[in-house]
Design a protein around this ligand. Structure first.
Ligand SMILES: Nc1ncnc2c1ncn2[C@@H]1O[C@H](COP(=O)(O)OP(=O)(O)OP(=O)(O)O)[C@@H](O)[C@H]1O
Length: 710
């Protein structure tokens, strides 16, 4: 099933005014009416909670239903996402009073209650152990929150891949037997969390905090381990509004970067791209959205007021994409007691693909999944009762024994003779029947029987493999057709204008801190302007499509955002613009303002007006305008986007090479948005263009060019 995305709008703070509210919540019933007004963006999520909704209500509806799945062996991930000051910590941790308690203490309370019930119902035969880990990702480093800050190392704790899951090495795991103990541990650990006062939030979380609740259910037959991860992400910050000092700015840059990577991951997954940049930030690696097996609930926190306008659109856009991410819900393998059992599933590592066809789906609003009965599985498995056979048989992968999962009904007919065939040798070979007669049967006869049976089993397996392959083919064709249908339905319904604005916001978030520190960097300004120009082209080319978008009515709840006339925003913050962005006055606000910027960019980007940077064109062009072989070679290396080649250029290391490739990919992305292509679209054609890329300038380009041997 897809990631469950629910939105929660926080109440107005004392400093905010009713008149500035731009968010409304509603049900999907009147969605079409709203979308026709043309003055609103409408987003639909699995649920939407307005400012009046109490902590208890949110928990009961969204989190409590996941607890039974947790005890059924499924991992559960609940994370709060949103801009700074929108209520993530309030939602996850909450206040001290009973009514104010957030998702996390309530989750633990629910877990302990269920544990006690299980233990009581089984008269103590089944026991449940709860263990906690709690860590933060601060400036892209992982720190154990159960350890005091003095014990932290500079590099933080390392991450490792373990069977398809990302784990933190050296993390403390504390057994915790009751809610009281939990509260004590949790409060102590939260004192170690990095928080500070910022202009936008007096208690702003400066890190992503991840609480892991490991549950071990031990019955006489088996032990089942599952983990609930409750994640309070740090909020993105628009640094034109924070007035952050240097230290806060570094934190902010790290927070914004990781959230930007998360948005890129979400986009890459929903676009079914091959490369999903999980590894570009520790937070995305740990969150592993779309790769984590189990249930995932995203709580999107929103502030209702106008000052968050662009941030809100950006968050809504990311959340809107996230709800399209599909996750395979696979319960963790239980550890059976007694003799070893054959593998029932391929390893998680081999199944670690985000968008495989869903084969086992669980909806939190549906009845609990029926746990597979191990005994029932044995009935339909190829024979493994005699070790002598299984040891000598060809070493086939475990997947061969796996029951085809999805098209069970369709494949039943094909399976029937196979199942009969499997049952026959099982009956004949059952040790209890054969063993008593051993002494009476001559050895040669036994050998002959064994040979026959082995042949029979191999034949059955061959048939089984063929039928499995044909099922898989049939399945993948079906999935393909379904995907195409879904794509057709989705096509044209994206809110492209909102998406355009979110790109603009991202650009601004990256631009403003840089401009604050480098206000006279013409190259930076011109590069930003170039990106904006592309985005504007992109946005205007999509405009006609988006205005015709039909209203979505797939989900139960809806959230509308008044599309404030862009002038209102511009009018609201002229002073901030002047202070923060002296070199690009007027870049604050929305799209209409961008029109002022482009003429400036165009003037600035002509080669002659860049005289202060050095006459770069004389480096690479002959009089007839063609490029020298050296320049051509240099540009071909750059355009190859091959970090291993680019890093060898003079004056370029790995970091710079990666920055160049990132920048080109960004350009590709903008171009590909227009064309729908997935190939690299942006080509650097001249050294002048090259010098405008991130981290490069006239000198760097000159040095790179001089280092090229032709
Ligand atoms: N549902 C709510 N009811 C009452 N108050 C709320 C609610 N949501 C948020 N608040 C208040 O809003 C303020 C900001 O909330 P909070 O600190 O949880 O934001 P945040 O998103 O975690 O911010 P940051 O990312 O900076 O940590 C707090 O004063 C909090 O008490």
């Amino acid at each position: 099933m897809s990631v469950r995305v629910v939105a929660r709008v926080r109440p107005l703070l004392k400093s905010e005014r009713e008149a500035d509210v731009i968010l409304r919540t509603g049900s999907s019933a009147n969605a079409s009416e709203k979308s026709q007004r043309g003055e609103e963006y409408t987003f639909q999520f699995n649920s939407v909670y307005d400012a009046e909704v109490a902590q208890q209500e949110l928990f009961d509806a969204e989190v409590a239903p996941t607890i039974k799945h947790l005890f059924g062996g499924f991992d559960v991930t609940i994370f709060a996402y949103g801009v700074t000051g929108t209520g993530k910590t309030h939602t996850m941790r909450g206040g001290k009073s009973l009514a104010d308690r957030g998702v996390i203490p309530r989750l633990l309370s629910g877990i302990y209650r269920r544990s006690r019930k299980i233990e009581k119902d089984t008269e103590g035969e089944t026991t449940v152990q709860v263990a906690l880990s709690y860590y933060e990702i601060y400036n892209d480093k992982v720190y154990d929150l159960f350890e005091p800050p003095e014990k932290r190392t500079l590099a933080g704790l390392p991450l490792r891949d373990n069977g398809g899951k990302t784990v933190v090495c050296g993390l403390t795991e504390k057994p915790c037997t009751n809610l009281k103990e939990f509260e004590k541990l949790y409060d102590q650990a939260n004192n170690n969390r990095s928080t500070s006062a910022t202009k936008l939030n007096a208690h702003s979380s400066r890190s992503h905090a991840i609480l892991g609740v490991k549950i071990t259910v031990t019955s006489p037959e088996k032990t089942q381990v599952s983990t609930a991860s409750a994640i309070d992400l740090a909020g993105s910050e628009d640094n034109r509004r924070t007035e952050n000092d240097k230290e806060r700015m570094v934190e902010s840059a790290s927070i914004n970067k990781s959230l930007f990577v998360l948005a890129q991951c979400v986009e890459a997954i929903t676009r079914k791209q091959h490369r999903i940049p999980y590894r570009e930030s520790k937070m995305t690696r740990i969150l592993s959205l779309g790769q984590n097996h189990g249930l995932t609930v995203m709580i999107l926190n929103l502030a209702p007021v106008r000052s968050y306008h662009l941030d809100t659109i950006s968050s809504l856009s990311v959340a809107n994409r996230t709800r399209k991410i599909e996750v395979r819900e696979v319960e963790n393998d239980p550890i059976f007691k007694g003799p070893a059992r054959p593998a029932q599933r391929p390893s998680l590592a081999s199944a670690r693909q985000p968008l495989r066809p869903l084969t086992s789906s669980v909806n939190v609003n549906m009845p609990a999944p029926v746990m597979k009965d191990p005994a029932a599985k044995e009935d339909t498995k190829p024979l493994k009762a005699f070790n002598v056979y299984s040891d000598r048989l060809p070493n086939k992968p475990a997947t061969q024994f796996r029951k085809p999962e999805a098209p069970k009904k369709n494949s039943l007919a094909a399976e029937a003779p196979l199942a009969r065939a499997l049952k026959t040798p099982r009956q004949t070979l059952a040790p209890s029947q054969l063993q008593p007669n051993y002494s009476d049967i001559p050895v040669a006869k036994i050998e002959e029987m064994v040979e026959k049976k082995v042949e029979a089993i191999l034949a059955v397996r061959a048939v089984s493999e063929q039928s499995r392959q044909s099922q898989m083919r049939e399945l993948s064709e079906k999935v393909q057709r379904r995907l195409e249908l879904l794509e057709q339905r989705i096509e044209g319904t994206e809110d492209a204008r909102a998406e355009g604005l979110s790109f603009l916001l991202m650009a601004k978030q990256h631009q403003s801190p840089c401009l604050a520190t480098l206000p006279h960097n013409k190259k930076l300004v011109s590069r930003i302007a170039a990106l904006k120009e592309r985005m504007q082209d992109n946005s205007s080319s999509r405009h006609s499509t988006s205005s015709a978008s039909p209203a979505k009515s797939k989900f139960g709840s809806m959230l509308s955002l008044n599309k404030e006339p862009t002038l209102t925003i511009l009018g609201k913050r002229p002073a901030e613009t002047d202070v923060d962005q002296p070199s690009v006055a007027g870049t604050d606000g929305a799209l209409s303002d961008d029109e002022d910027i482009f003429p400036k960019y165009k003037k600035r980007s002509t080669a002659k007006s860049r005289a202060s940077e050095g006459d770069i064109d004389t480096l690479d062009e002959y009089e007839d305008g063609s490029l020298s072989p050296r320049t051509r070679h240099l540009l071909s290396i750059i355009n190859s986007r091959d970090v291993s080649q680019i890093k060898l250029l003079k004056g370029v290391g790995v970091k710079k090479a990666e920055a160049i490739v990132d920048c080109l990919c960004e350009m590709d992305h903008v171009s590909n948005e227009e064309t729908g292509s997935v190939q690299p679209a942006f080509q650097v054609g001249t050294l002048a263009e090259l010098s405008t890329l991130k981290g490069l300038g006239f000198r760097a380009v000159e040095s790179m060019r001089n280092g090229v041997l032709v």
